[in-house]
Design a protein around this ligand. Structure first.
Ligand code: ZN
Length: 190
């Protein structure tokens, strides 16, 4: 089985504004009854589901209340999908798809290497570009898109453990509270 998570990542929040936005979204989720305000000391989500947690999911998925909750993450973070891999990256300038794994899921080391290096650099400094192999543009790492939305690079994320899949409306509710920032849902399993 394993544990699953869905993390709604704000792609635009700066390190400086992340704590304020985190507080605003948490207040909203508590007001809506989706999570509890109390912060429990546990591994799988600090804020447990509230009385109206089902507002975040489709009615058909709302039969069993999740036993795990929400962890709010602030600070520079490489969000990723846990088990599995992103088998391609897409350049936002020329839309070329760069394959990082073969169809047999063997890593293509030469293709992967510049991304791996950029991830280390971004993690350390918050800045890194990858030169697109197709159009030769230096593209900031956070602007690439990934198979399965596997990676996201940001300063603010809402990580829910072992909840049914969120509706689009729930994603919109959070994005609106983030001043319309771009968000992406990174999901996966550990
Ligand atoms: Zn390109």
């Amino acid at each position: 089985m394993g544990d699953t998570f869905q993390t709604i990542v704000d792609l635009d929040a700066t390190a400086a504004e992340a704590p304020r936005l985190a507080g605003r979204v948490l207040d909203l989720l508590v007001a809506e009854g989706i999570v509890l305000a109390e912060r429990a000391d546990r591994s799988f989500g600090h804020h447990l589901p509230g009385p109206r947690w089902d507002r975040a999911v489709d009615p058909g998925d709302a039969r069993w209340k999740p036993t795990d909750g929400l962890t709010v993450i602030t600070g520079r973070t490489v969000f990723h999908g846990g088990q599995g891999e992103a088998d391609w990256a897409r350049c936002p300038r020329c839309t070329a798809t760069i394959r990082l794994y073969t169809e047999e899921y063997d890593r293509i080391d030469a293709a992967w290497e510049p991304y791996g290096r950029a991830m280390d650099r971004w993690d350390e400094t918050g800045e890194a570009d990858v030169d697109c192999p197709a159009c030769a543009t230096a593209v900031p790492l956070p602007e690439w898109t990934w198979a399965w939305d596997y990676f996201a690079f940001g300063h603010l994320g809402f990580e829910f453990w072992n909840w049914p899949e969120f509706t689009e409306e729930f994603g919109t509710l959070i994005a609106d509270a983030l001043d319309g920032h771009r968000t992406v849902r990174v999901w996966g399993k550990f």
